[in-house]
Design a protein around this ligand. Structure first.
Ligand code: SF4
Ligand code: SF4
Length: 121
C-alpha cells in the first residue's frame, strides 16, 4: 500500500525512527541539547537518552508513535536525526517495526510528451 502524504506531514503522524534506532552523534553536537536528554556513549560519542536500550524511544519525542508526535528539540536535533528522510530505507525499516505502511516518493511533475513524439514536417 502506498502513502501519498507529504513527507513533513508523514513525520508528524509517525515518529517511528525516534523509537527504533540508537541516536548517536559526535559529543560536541550534544552541547546545544539539554544535559538530561544526552548520555555519553564512548569517549567521543553521545546519544539521545532513551535510545540506547532494548526498546529505544528518544526522551525528546512527545506523543504516540503512529498517531501524533513532535520533537521537543527539533531545531537543535542532531545530524543523525536529520539523516533519516521520510521514505528512505531507514525510515521504512523503522516504520515497518512499528507496523506502519512504507512511504514512497511520488513524482508529481506532469509528464511531458515531447520525447515520445517526432514533429511532423
Ligand atoms: S520513520 Fe520516516 S516518516 Fe517516520 S518520523 Fe522518521 S523519517 Fe518521518
Ligand atoms: S531528538 Fe527529536 S528527531 Fe531526534 S530522535 Fe529524538 S525526538 Fe526524534
Amino acid at each position: 500500500m502506498l502513502s501519498q502524504i507529504p513527507a513533513q506531514d508523514a513525520c508528524l503522524s509517525c515518529g517511528a525512527c525516534c523509537a527504533y534506532f540508537r541516536v548517536s552523534f559526535y559529543w560536541a553536537e550534544g552541547e546545544i541539547i539539554p544535559d538530561d536528554m544526552v548520555e555519553p556513549l564512548t569517549a567521543v560519542y553521545s546519544c539521545m537518552h532513551g535510545t540506547n536500550q532494548a526498546q529505544p524511544r528518544c526522551v525528546a519525542l512527545d506523543g504516540t508513535v503512529g498517531e501524533q508526535v513532535s520533537c521537543q528539540i527539533y531545531t537543535q536535533r542532531s545530524s543523525s536525526c536529520k539523516e533519516v528522510q521520510a521514505g528512505d530505507s531507514q525510515c521504512n525499516k523503522a516504520r515497518a517495526h512499528h507496523g506502519l505502511i512504507p512511504l514512497i516518493e511520488i513524482d508529481t511533475t506532469p509528464p511531458s510528451n515531447d520525447d515520445d513524439y517526432d514533429q511532423v514536417c
